[in-house]
Write a protein that binds this ligand. Structure first.
Ligand code: MN
Ligand code: MN
Length: 420
């Protein structure tokens, strides 16, 4: 590394870490050690730096390095290998159809995530995601615009609802459903499936089933003339353009009103609900089967973390965590025994993964709000707070383990703050 580049790297490290409020001595040590690629392995990082061990005179992808400084140049506390914890929707190919597109981050590209797969979809105004169903539950968060969803219960009652940015829906596995973009500019949303290898390309499509059934069987089943089915599409519709629907009231009345209306509510206004926790560090909104009973197998928390603050050090005893970053910049370190710790940077449209029980934090490293979803294939949102645990053990025990005396321990938040 030439001197100019090295100074720049030191300054970058300095300004980033000083924002986080490190003491100057710790800061200098951390910055210095962080500059050597194998700092965490070396006894003498000074010597390594002196002999330019971490110099990188070869080619660099500057755009990637700028976005992922912690990944490329980890803090000296990182060690070992705990498997991939990062991917981005901006790396996966889009399947574009007339009326919208879809792409997915599944276990195929993020092999650690065996319990959850994520999909993004865009539908322009009026366009449909074809009537279909599938083997996994579907949970969705609306990222943009407006949509109408329908889902039929096995007893024949029907739910029709409209959703906007920040709203959720849940469709239980096997329940037939549809999504349609509304005005003025359709919609974009994140879909979560509780199967790591789920693919949006592998769903049961109405058009495909019809195409694979002998016309005389279709005629016998429906009581319609066989000629009707000569006009049905031979190829899957999947995503296709359509006209904007009638009003919600009109559609509900047309199908039979209250008589056929679902007893269950399949949509939920997550972004506009009262925060579950709020303090000067930000807001957390938790939605699981307690407040959204239809969502029996997927739980989530929406985080808004203010600049300089973080989601506290914690872990989840009941499920792995699949994260989606909506806005801002952050970094996360995940620890897992034996001796593995990995730090990565996350930006809008990135996906994060945390194994079940693996402790982690998420820190806002930008100068705008960090907005992210924590999603779990679980009935209930559940987390364990390090701070709370440290305050619950008797002071002699804490002194024996971490050499923190009672007076000091009293400064640690005793009630789980979620954000600090
Ligand atoms: Mn679906
Ligand atoms: Mn978490």
């Amino acid at each position: 590394m030439n001197d100019e580049k090295k100074n720049k790297a030191v300054q970058d490290g300095f300004s980033r870490r000083s924002v986080l409020g490190f003491g100057s001595a710790a800061l200098a040590a951390a910055t210095f050690a962080g500059l050597t690629a194998s700092a965490q392995e070396r006894v003498s990082t000074q010597k390594a730096e002196h002999d330019h061990s971490s110099s990188d005179p070869g080619p660099e992808n500057k755009a990637l390095l700028d976005q992922n400084s912690n990944s490329n140049n980890p803090p000296p506390t990182d060690h070992g290998d705990l498997g991939p914890i990062w991917y981005s929707f901006d790396l996966v190919k889009k399947r574009v159809e007339e009326g919208g597109w879809t792409h997915e981050v599944t276990q195929r590209v993020l092999p650690s995530s065996k319990d959850i797969a994520g999909v993004q979809m865009r539908l322009t105004a009026g366009s449909y995601r074809e009537l279909h169903w599938h083997t996994a539950d579907e949970w969705a968060y609306v990222l943009y615009g407006n949509a109408r969803v329908t889902v039929m219960n096995p007893d024949g009652t029907m739910f029709i609802g409209d959703v906007s940015e920040g709203d959720l829906w849940i469709f239980p596995a096997g329940y037939p459903h549809s999504i349609q973009g509304l005005g003025p500019d359709g919609t974009e949303f994140l879909l979560i499936f509780n199967q790591g290898l789920f693919s949006e390309d592998g769903t049961m499509l109405l058009s495909e089933w019809v195409a694979h059934t002998p016309p005389e069987v279709l005629a016998k089943n429906t009581g319609l003339d066989k000629s009707v089915f000569a006009q049905t599409p031979g190829a899957p519709l999947y995503i296709f353009p359509g006209n904007l629907p009638n009003s919600l009231e009109h559609d509900k009345a047309e199908i039979g009103g209250e008589r056929v209306a679902s007893k269950y509510q399949y949509t939920f206004r997550m972004r506009s609900m009262e925060p579950t926790k709020a303090n000067k560090a930000g807001e957390v909104r938790v939605v699981d089967s307690h407040n959204f009973p239809a969502s029996r197998h997927i739980a989530a928390a929406l985080l808004i973390i203010k600049p300089g603050h973080m989601r506290e050090m914690h872990w989840h005893p009941n499920a792995s965590e699949w994260q989606y970053y909506i806005a801002g910049k952050g970094r996360m370190t995940v620890f897992f025994p034996v001796d593995n710790a990995r730090t990565m940077d996350f930006s809008a449209n990135d996906v994060g993964f945390v194994p079940t029980n693996a402790p982690h934090y998420v820190e806002n490293t930008g100068d705008t709000d960090l907005v992210a979803l924590e999603i779990f294939a679980a009935e209930e949102f559940m987390d364990v707070s390090l701070n709370q645990w440290l305050r619950r053990v008797p002071s002699e025990m804490l002194k024996a383990h971490l050499n923190i005396d009672k007076e000091m321990a009293m400064k640690i938040p005793a009630e789980k703050p979620e954000l600090v």
